[in-house]
Design a protein around this ligand. Structure first.
Ligand code: HEM
Length: 285
C-alpha cells in the first residue's frame, strides 16, 4: 500500500507519534545533508560493476580527509592560543576518524589485477596523488613541498588553499611552539624554520620529548598530547601501508596512473615516520 503524503496509511501519518511527511519544498534533511547532491556525484567511466565501489571509496576517503584537516586545523589554532584541552578533543576525534578512514580500505584491499584492469584505463592519468585534501593533511603533518602545488595550477580555489597551508605552521610546528612557551629548550632554528619546507627531525627536539616522557608527574598534559600525536602518526602510517599493500595486490610493480614508479615510489613514502622525534625519543626514556 502506498505511503505517499497524498494517500497516507495509518502507520505513517495517522498516529500522533509518526514523523512529519509534509514539507513545502525539499526536506529539512536534504537542506542540511544535501544527500541528493552527494548521491549523484558517481559519474562512472566504464561498464564494469566493480568501478562503483572504487569511486565511492575514493570519495568517502576524500570526505574523511576533509574532516581530519578540519580537526587538525582546529587543534593547531587551539594550541596557538594555549587551549590544550580543546586541541586534545580535536586530536582525539581525529584518531577515531582516522580509524574509520582506514577501515574504508576493506572493499578495495583485495582487488586482483584483472578486477582493477577492468576499469583502470578509464581512470586515464587520474591518481590519488592529485588529491589536494590529502596534500593538506600531509602539510599539516609537516610534510611540506612547494612542488606538490604544481598539479593544482589550473584550479584557483584549491591552489590558493594549498598555498596558504604551505606557508602556515603545521600542527607539529604549533606543538613545538607550545613546548617552547612552557619553557622547554626547543632550538630557535626549529622555531624560526622556513615553514614552507619539509620538517626535518632535530636531536634537540628528540631530547625534549625524552625529558617530557621521563617526567610524567611534571609533564602529564604534554605526555597526553605526545601520545595523542603518536596515535595520529601511527594511524597515518597505517593508511599509507594499507594503500601500499592494496596497490601491490591490484597492480604489482606496474607504473601508476599518475606516472610514478608505482609500488616502489609508494614504499619510499610509506617508510617516513610522522612526527619523527616522538618515535626516536622512546629509545632514550
Ligand atoms: C587499489 C586501488 C588503488 C591503487 C592501485 C592505487 C595506486 C596508487 C599509485 C600507484 C600511486 C602513486 C602515484 C601514481 O603514480 O599514481 C598512488 C598514490 C596515491 N593514492 Fe592511490 N591507489 C589506489 C586507491 C586509492 C584510494 C582509494 C585513495 C583515496 C583517496 C588513494 C589515494 C592516493 C594518494 C593520496 C596518493 C598519493 C600518496 C602520496 O603522495 O604519498 N589511492 N596510488
Amino acid at each position: 500500500m502506498s505511503t505517499s503524503p497524498t494517500t497516507p496509511d495509518a502507520s505513517a501519518a495517522g498516529s500522533e507519534d509518526a514523523p512529519n511527511l509534509d514539507f513545502a519544498g525539499t526536506t529539512p534533511y536534504e537542506d542540511y545533508v544535501q544527500a541528493d547532491v552527494l548521491t549523484h556525484l558517481q559519474h562512472l567511466r566504464s561498464d564494469d560493476p566493480g568501478e562503483m565501489v572504487f569511486l565511492v571509496t575514493t570519495q568517502v576517503m576524500e570526505l574523511w580527509f576533509t574532516v581530519i584537516v578540519h580537526e587538525w586545523e582546529t587543534a593547531s589554532r587551539a594550541l596557538r592560543e594555549d587551549r590544550v584541552p580543546v586541541a586534545m578533543d580535536a586530536l582525539q576525534r581525529s584518531v577515531y576518524e582516522l580509524e574509520s578512514l582506514n577501515a574504508s580500505w576493506k572493499p578495495l584491499a583485495r582487488l586482483t589485477p584483472a578486477q582493477f584492469n577492468a576499469y583502470r584505463a578509464a581512470l586515464g592519468e587520474g591518481s590519488g596523488f592529485q588529491s589536494a585534501m590529502y596534500r593538506r593533511m600531509e602539510f599539516l603533518l609537516g610534510e611540506k613541498s612547494a612542488s606538490m602545488l604544481v598539479p593544482h595550477r589550473g584550479a584557483p580555489r584549491v591552489h590558493a588553499e594549498l598555498e596558504k597551508a604551505l606557508h602556515e605552521p603545521s600542527l607539529y610546528d604549533e606543538v613545538l611552539r607550545l613546548l617552547a612557551r612552557r619553557g622547554l629548550p626547543v632550538p630557535a632554528a626549529v622555531l624560526d624554520r622556513d615553514l614552507s619546507q619539509r620538517y626535518e627531525p632535530s636531536p634537540e627536539v628528540e631530547a625534549v620529548w625524552a625529558d617530557i616522557y621521563a617526567d610524567r608527574d611534571q609533564h602529564s598534559e604534554l605526555v597526553r598530547l605526545g601520545e595523542a600525536l603518536t596515535d595520529v602518526g601511527e594511524l597515518v602510517w597505517r593508511w599509507r601501508n594499507d594503500h601500499l599493500v592494496a596497490t601491490r595486490r591490484a597492480m604489482g610493480s606496474k607504473t601508476g596512473t599518475g606516472g610514478s614508479a608505482g609500488v616502489a615510489w609508494l614504499e619510499k613514502r610509506a617508510r617516513k615516520n610522522v612526527f619523527p622525534e616522538l618515535w626516536t625519543a622512546r629509545s632514550h626514556v
